[in-house]
Design a protein around this ligand. Structure first.
Ligand code: C5P
Length: 230
């Protein structure tokens, strides 16, 4: 649809714990745009496969699960991430565990799974605009996005943030284990052959180490103001 092609997209790529999720929510609220949490689609595919008893090594089965995902993102209270339903079941908490993240990262190395999720992600691009959170938003899914941000932070700071976030959700986690988990996930995401985690050539790289979320939000809105005025 021509309208969809015209809708602007701000892509937010980067490693886990860089603050993409929170910033995506804040930007979407601020601009009153839609948001795409692409990591959730990989997590849902892994979760859906496991719930159906499908092996995470069976590519045709994974492609079927990815293509047929029956998912609903239900808005919750203001400032809170939406609740996520898979085939009618509330999987919000399960979706966020480190185990699901590890499974998601593993199936995300499979090109056929990525291809099966591509159009579903592009369909989120609708007026008045989209904030797209992921690893390959600026490089593969929305290569023509007018504003691309690549968020980074030291792995120690990212582990600390994840730790606080998961603790708040009542999950029993260890900081040292999270640090190792993030390092392993970075390694897998950056070194896979298809759509590896890296900044697009035209992305603005923002290092969030030592910055508050409010400071980073201001930086990104500044980049968007500049890009949208040229
Ligand atoms: O962002 P989140 O931690 O939810 O992503 C889970 C995993 O899904 C990542 O570690 C990554 O391997 C994969 N992913 C991806 N491409 C995206 C989003 C997530 O490969 N666009």
């Amino acid at each position: 649809m021509a309208d969809n092609i015209q809708a602007p997209v701000i892509t937010l790529d980067g490693p886990g714990g860089a603050g993409k999720g929170t910033l995506t929510q804040l930007l979407a609220n601020h601009l009153n745009w839609r948001l795409l949490d692409s990591g959730a689609l990989y997590r849902l595919t892994a979760l859906g496969a496991l719930k159906q008893g499908v092996s995470l090594d069976s590519v045709p089965d994974l492609v079927r699960v990815a293509s047929q995902l029956d998912v609903e993102f239900r808005p919750s209270s203001v400032g809170e991430p939406p609740r996520v339903f898979l085939a009618g079941e509330d999987v919000t908490a399960e979706l966020r565990t480190e185990e699901t993240g590890r499974h998601a990262s593993s199936i995300a190395t499979i090109p056929e799974v990525r291809a099966a999720l591509l159009q579903r992600q592009r369909d989120f691009r609708q007026p008045p605009g989209l904030i797209a959170d992921g690893r390959d938003m600026g490089t593969v899914v929305f290569p023509d996005a007018p504003c691309k941000i690549f968020l980074t932070a030291s792995v120690e700071e990212r582990a600390r943030r994840r730790f606080n976030q998961l603790k708040q959700q009542g999950q029993d986690v260890k900081l040292s284990a999270l640090l190792e988990e993030l390092k392993a996930r970075d390694e897998q995401d950056m070194n896979r052959a298809t759509a590896p985690l890296k900044p697009a050539d035209d992305a603005v790289v923002v290092d969030t180490t030592g910055h508050s979320i409010e400071e980073v939000l201001k930086i990104i809105l500044g980049v968007w103001a500049e890009k949208s005025s040229t």
